[in-house]
Write a protein that binds this ligand. Structure first.
Ligand SMILES: [Zn+2]
Length: 86
């Protein structure tokens, strides 16, 4: 199981369910419950840059300065969800 969601980069154990679900209801080893449910991405048309921006905004709401949010999300484009299509 990956340590981080391979879509948004969030630590997997931070998600409420500890991971997204596949079509048969088993836990996804790669994607968190915010990104993935019932075998499909919740935001199928999103780009890596948009995902990174969402992460930065979410962290800003928690009081983290924008440069820190950027630092923590800069690996998003390298996660496996985004690597396959380029
Ligand atoms: Zn995720």
């Amino acid at each position: 199981m990956a340590d981080m969601c391979q879509s948004c980069g969030m630590p997997m154990k931070q998600g409420p369910a500890g991971g997204g679900t596949d079509t048969d209801g088993t836990k996804s080893a790669e994607f968190c419950s915010y990104c993935y449910a019932d075998g499909a991405f919740l935001a199928p048309d999103i780009t890596a840059a948009e995902m990174q921006q969402i992460g930065i905004d979410a962290m800003k709401e928690k009081g983290l300065p924008r440069p820190i949010g950027w630092l923590l999300t800069r690996n998003v484009p390298r996660l496996s969800r985004w690597r396959s299509k380029s």
